[in-house]
Design a protein around this ligand. Structure first.
Ligand SMILES: CC(C)(COP(=O)(O)OP(=O)(O)OC[C@H]1O[C@@H](n2cnc3c(N)ncnc32)[C@H](O)[C@@H]1OP(=O)(O)O)[C@@H](O)C(=O)NCCC(=O)NCCS
Length: 221
């Protein structure tokens, strides 16, 4: 899924926070599994306080240090917030980077019927069953389960431990908190936020922040 050739490809991780460190760790597992070989150049940050630091053995680089080689280097955005991730992807895309798709080698999925777009990250412990479409630059964090016929659109974030029943649709840029569950056949709207431990039993509208069991718009009586 990552690439066809045998040689190591250079990779820069967009972001330098906690999830970026977790993605660097994921890349080590991919490399050990032999499904692909990535040479991680470092984390990319605009924060002058971080540039020049070494984090877990990898340098934090100023984007200008690598954009000159953009055509040869892959990027992946390891930023949990969908809006911030989209900004980083826009910048890297304009500079000419291609995007790596990273799937932890322990993930279980039906390779014939599950599609995953460029720049998406599927973390350890996830199970994606059949006929699932994952868009581009999606994050599926640790230990999520995604049932049959789910659609997860570009830039959506699933925090750890989300469980999506069959035919769940997650629209572009939606943010799902840790431990969220859905009842089948429901939709979480574009740019919606649904809190940790929420149970989605009705559709959640675009841009809404919803919490609770069952999930209701925040502030609703
Ligand atoms: C839903 C969420 C986005 C709301 O954030 P917020 O707007 O900053 O909300 P606040 O923390 O100000 O809380 C507002 C109220 O909602 C309640 N609340 C917040 N999150 C809640 C949740 N997930 N479930 C139930 N109630 C929640 C708070 O207790 C508070 O109630 P109060 O007014 O009675 O005191 C956030 O709490 C959340 O759940 N984020 C997901 C975090 C996560 O999963 N991160 C994963 C990182 S890998």
């Amino acid at each position: 899924m990552q690439h066809d050739g045998d040689s190591a490809r250079d990779l820069v991780i967009l972001g330098a926070g906690g999830f970026a460190r977790e993605v660097a760790w994921l890349v080590k597992h991919v490399n050990r599994s032999g499904t692909a070989t990535w040479n991680t150049l470092g984390f990319w940050s605009h924060d002058p306080g971080q540039i020049g630091m070494t984090i877990n053995g990898l340098p934090v680089v100023d984007p200008r240090q690598v954009t000159g080689r953009a055509g040869e280097v892959y990027a992946v955005a390891a930023i949990g917030d969908p809006r911030a991730r989209e900004r980083a992807v826009d910048e890297a895309g304009r500079a000419g980077f291609r995007f790596a798709t990273l799937v932890h080698p322990g993930v279980l999925l039906d390779e014939l019927t599950v599609t995953i777009g460029p720049g998406s990250v599927i973390c350890a412990g996830c199970i994606l069953t059949t006929n699932i479409a994952i868009g581009s630059h999606v994050i599926v964090n640790l230990d999520c389960t995604i049932g049959h016929d789910c659609v997860i659109e570009d830039f959506a974030t699933l925090s750890p431990g989300c469980h999506l029943s069959g035919h769940t649709t997650v629209r572009r840029g939606a943010y799902l908190g840790t431990g969220l569950v859905t009842v089948e056949q429901h939709e979480i709207g574009r740019d919606a936020t649904v809190g940790a431990q929420a149970a989605v039993v009705k559709d959640i509208g675009a841009g809404i922040t919803a919490i609770g069991v069952p999930a209701r718009p925040k502030g609703a009586p």
